[in-house]
Design a protein around this ligand. Structure first.
Ligand SMILES: [Fe+2]
Length: 285
């Protein structure tokens, strides 16, 4: 069966057929997925019965995988994190633990890796263990959100630069700067990205936002935060959002350059394990 894409959302998102990742994907297929990511933003590959080696082979087709340095989310694999309700021994992760706090942070709209420079370009998430009623993941089309803004508003916004920081998101979760060690603060400095980005393949412009977005460079702090909140509310209106309903062994891959996402609350005792990997931009943004 040849590779095919079926649009699933109103403005973006496609399901992919004709690809079984138990056997390695070819370069042509990877290039077709790259083109599709520029067009659809989020691709869903249903029922991919793969393990770590096949997931690693898949992500490597798009570039060197991100090295998993956060010990709080470690899987023991050098390139994977687990978005999970249980640890590697199958024990529930307490909501008030550091790892639990990371998971709670995923409930906020964000763009993977925006707190880093260079940021993440693509993320791939594989459903390893799903409960009977899995929580969905929500995605926002940041190109459509940009294109819906009045022209005058677009002119006002282009050229603005925004500081992104992991500490800003953690402060929203109730932590204080004093909760971070000097070593951590030194190793993960805040970074600056443009508020408006242009996709190198599609040429479309998009808002680049995340819960890590702290303030606008050169603006009073509160004015910048109000703008970020206003634009986030605009971009996550129902007409720009797609709800991904996960099924067993689904693999989702998305383009972080023009999509934002969040997980939805999940309090079921059934375990849930999603294995995460990603590739970065090649250059600072
Ligand atoms: Fe994420």
């Amino acid at each position: 069966m040849s590779l095919a894409f079926q649009q699933e959302g109103k403005t973006f998102v496609a399901s992919v057929t004709g690809l079984d990742l138990r056997t390695p994907m070819g370069t042509q297929e990877a290039q077709a997925l790259e083109q599709a990511l520029a067009k659809y933003g989020l691709l869903i590959l249903r029922n991919q019965q793969i393990g770590d080696d096949q997931q690693q082979a898949f992500i490597e087709k798009f570039g060197p995988p991100v090295v998993a340095t956060l010990k709080e989310l470690a899987t023991g694999h050098p390139h994977f994190y687990d978005i999970a309700t249980v640890d590697s021994d199958g024990q529930p992760i307490p909501a008030d633990s550091v790892r639990g706090m990371y998971l709670l942070g995923n409930l906020l709209w964000h763009t993977d890796g925006s707190q880093n420079q260079p940021p993440i370009r693509l993320t791939a998430l594989h459903a390893r263990v799903l409960p009977p009623k899995p929580p969905r993941t929500e995605y926002a089309d940041m190109c459509a959100a940009w294109e819906a803004l009045p022209k005058q508003r677009q002119i006002e916004l282009e050229g603005l630069m925004v500081e992104h920081s992991i500490y800003w998101l953690r402060q929203k979760m109730g932590l204080n700067m004093s909760d971070f060690s000097a070593e951590t603060l030194a190793s993960r400095p805040a970074v600056v990205h443009p508020l408006v980005r242009q996709h190198p393949v599609s040429g479309r412009k998009s808002l680049y936002l995340a819960s890590h977005a702290s303030h606008v460079i050169g603006w009073p702090l509160e004015k910048g935060r109000a703008l970020i909140d206003e634009l986030t509310a605009h971009a996550t209106q129902p007409q720009f959002v797609y709800h991904l309903e996960w099924e067993a062994n689904d693999l989702a891959i998305w383009d972080d350059r023009w999509t934002m996402h969040r997980s939805t609350p999940y309090n079921d005792p059934h375990p849930r394990v999603m294995r995460w990997c990603a590739v970065r931009e090649l250059h600072n943004v």
